[in-house]
Design a binder for this molecule. Sequence first.
Ligand code: GLN
Length: 399
Amino acid sequence: MSLVAERFQPFGQSIFAEYTALATKHGAVNLSQGFPDFDGPDLAKQAAIAAIQAGHAQYAPMTGVPPLRQAIAAAWQRQGNFAIDPDAEVTVTCGCSEAIICCYTGLLNPGDEIIIFEPFFDFYAAGAAFAGATPRYVTLHAPRTPGGAFTFDESELRAAFSPRTKAILLNTPHNPTGKVYTRAELEFIASLCIQHNVTCISDEVYEHLTYDPSLPHISIATLPGMRERTITLSSLGKSFSLTGWKVGWSIAPPSLTAAVRAAHQFNTFSGATPLQHGAAAMLLNPGTYTASLRELFTRNRDTLARALQDAGLTVFRSDSTYFLMADHAGVSKRLGLLRDGQPNDRAFAEYLVREVGVAAIPPSVFYHNKSHGHSLVRFAFCKKEATMQEAASRLAKLR
Ligand code: GLN
């Protein structure tokens, strides 16, 4: 009998841990878990080392070290957003993951409902179990043509709101689809949040990784009536290739910041002090780092998309993040990788890692309705160009 608490039993082992281990076991190019295979910027590293040597060895303040909170507020305003108070509205967490847990446990009571779009980063659904809240899922439907974008049906979203809805989890730019929510979509979501007096938790960790100038990232907090009801989350990891630093934060008006801090103080209390100083230095002097990352990832995305298309997969457009989704149904049929006569994401991903030497994520774990993910596969392209070339040449084995 499992000793794991019932609330976590439905979730099993994290798909990221499972596939990174499989990639190592089979010597595969790891395009599964999203993390860069290159180092982060020297400026951040030197600042963190200097902070260690300067003796920043004790607990950071519960809310985060002041220079980092100030740098976060300055970066937010530099992006053209409204002015915020770094003391009253910014909280530093152990990565955005902890910020999500703090939002959930700080805001939601057992029985409260939270709306989550599927496919979702698996953490969002598991996090609801932490809080004893009830998730209501709304599907981002796959585009009918590869050039289209994943999108929700307005009536399905409207129907998901109930008198028990306390929050909606938004993730834009979106993992795993690479979707950037348009202004019109955000306005529709905002109108429902306002009508039903619902808090929006907006995970924007991929805010700087957008590739189409006609589809810029928009923070929903900047829409009329949304500032007072939005908790915006972001982190250092994706924008500066420092996922292992686990430096994240929330930006929210004092009433919502109180909920985040109520949970954070008894969750981790604070993150690593020297890394917070390193993060502050990086945010104050980002230079052209994220611009060069965007160029690299654009090339990588195109290399990957071409290799997958040549191998016979249907590739959906990715305008952001470092992920793309593809449909493997045709290839799975050709290779006889069906389960119960149907394309199956696990069967395909297992074949890919074992026989082709490329690891990718089987995305049915990102769906409440698992069958929606069975013919799909998610690839990460946040790697060195040489890594992507190697993956592309291995994918040719699928032809
Ligand atoms: N966000 C990363 C991804 O989607 C993984 C984070 C994790 O390993 N928990 O691949």
